[in-house]
Design a protein around this ligand. Structure first.
Ligand code: MTE
Ligand code: MO
Length: 433
């Protein structure tokens, strides 16, 4: 289905402007004084010895599995009661604190988590993965056997198709974490399914793959075989260590760029067949009703999307003075490929200016964007709009509604708006246009 909004000229224009923008941004940064520098050289924390500078610190290995500084205790995942089933925290979602993340990697302890029946604690010695159905050879693997296959690592985002779902009804949360925190991005390591299937032999009539979890919900989804052979992976590591239980330890399915619901955790079984399975999660849920009355059933890739992470309701501009130079930052992502550019608007989408993409720009991964802004103390309607290399452009609220209707739940990718007041407070509002 084509929920994408194509723009003819955006890629060629953006390429040229990208280099211009990058050059001018660094020039501004180089000549401007960014440091607020309100403190003086007689500040007591500079002239007096600190407690930690005059005593022994903790023993080197005081914490054999390291933890963040105790002063970072507030940087945690949060569960919204609105997003769990009648307050039951087994069928629930806990969201990443996007406003506190840097770069494009989500630390494992902050990866968003969605469970339909709680977090399964799988014993790796009893783990088995069966691959069967329309294959020449049925196979049951232990974890060690699975890990003997050649491995590959990829940085990939994971986004729940319900990310931002509540916002269909208008702004619901004064919080970036609750508006968009049902996504994360990590380096995943595992084996390509194609590598295993090349060995087993896929029968020519195998068109679909059922993936089933071993948790109490036995969550299962059907994946077209084209995707399986293209870039699907079975992964066992997340940012260099074993998957966390919350992410599907010991093994989950990873479908780069596709909705996280398909990425079955605590994986147990892969079956190949001729027809889709029409599992519960692809009939009663995760389908999208369009204004014509017909539903989109097989809706897979996460659409081109972006969000400003600084400022945001949790990170306002209330301590800025007029004339301060401040960095606007955000995240862009697309399940269709690679982000090519991100524009920023200060007036609710009437005028746009190009942000600069910083750090790694990888397919199906978060891409961080940045724009240096001279604070004017004026009210703003801040927006970001991402474009990808298939020329998909992030739609406005009304453009998206035209395609998906008013009863939308899944795959929301409409442009988000932060209202910045003249005092620098940041509110979640909606500009429909
Ligand atoms: N077995 C199993 N797999 C599952 C789920 C589940 O409840 N059980 N939840 C799915 C949903 S809806 C999402 S959004 C992602 C969440 O992945 P995460 O918890 O690693 O972020 O896992 C998917 N895979
Ligand atoms: Mo989800």
């Amino acid at each position: 289905m084509d929920k994408a909004f194509k723009s003819e000229e955006s890629t060629s224009v953006s390429r040229r402007d990208f280099f211009k923008r990058t050059a001018s941004v660094s020039a501004v940064a180089a000549v401007s004084i960014l440091a607020p520098g309100a403190l003086l050289a007689d500040d007591e924390n500079i002239i007096h010895h600190t407690k930690w500078g005059t005593t022994l610190g903790d023993e080197c290995n005081y914490n054999p599995y390291g933890l963040p500084s105790k002063y970072e205790h507030n940087i945690v995942r949060r569960t919204s009661p609105l997003m769990s089933s009648a307050g039951d925290m087994h069928a629930a979602i806990s969201m990443s604190p996007l406003h506190e993340l840097s770069g494009i990697i989500t630390p494992n302890g902050l990866h968003f988590t969605r469970t339909h029946n709680g977090v399964a604690q799988v014993d790796p010695n009893k783990f088995r993965l069966m691959i069967h159905g329309l294959v020449d050879k049925t196979i049951v693997l232990t974890l060690d056997e699975l890990k003997r296959y050649p491995s590959e690592s990829r940085i990939l985002f994971l986004e729940c198709p319900s990310n931002g779902a509540a916002e269909w009804k208008g702004p619901q949360f004064g919080s970036l974490q609750f508006v968009k925190g049902m996504m994360s991005c990590a380096e995943w390591t595992g084996v390509r399914l194609k590598t295993i299937l090349d060995e087993l032999g896929l029968k020519p009539n195998a068109r679909w793959m059922l993936a089933e979890g071993s948790d109490g919900s036995e969550m299962s989804r059907t994946v077209p075989v084209e995707k399986v052979l293209d870039d699907a992976m079975i992964v066992w590591a997340q940012n260099g260590e074993a998957l966390r239980p919350e992410q599907g330890y010991p093994v989950r399915l990873m479908l780069p760029g596709w909705e996280a619901n398909l990425c079955v955790k605590w994986l147990k079984r892969l079956e190949f067949g001729e027809d889709p399975w029409y599992a519960k999660e692809e009939t009663s849920k995760y389908t999208v009703l369009t204004p014509s009355g017909r539903a989109i059933q097989h809706f897979y890739a996460n659409e081109v999307n972006s969000i400003i992470t600084s400022p945001c309701p949790e990170k306002p501009w209330t301590d800025l003075k007029v004339g301060d130079l401040v960095e606007i930052e955000g995240l862009a992502w697309t399940g269709h490929g690679t982000i090519t550019n991100v524009d920023i608007s200060f007036d609710g989408g009437k005028n746009w200016t190009e942000a600069h993409l910083k750090g790694l720009v990888l397919p199906k991964a978060w891409t961080r964007f940045s724009y240096m802004y001279r604070y004017e103390g004026k009210p703003l309607l801040l927006q970001s709009r991402a474009v990808d290399d298939s020329n998909n452009v992030q739609p406005t609220v009304n453009q998206e509604k035209k395609v998906v209707g008013v009863e939308g739940v899944y795959h929301r990718n409409a442009i988000c708006t932060w209202e910045v007041t003249d005092k620098g407070e940041v509110n979640n509002v909606q500009v429909r246009s």
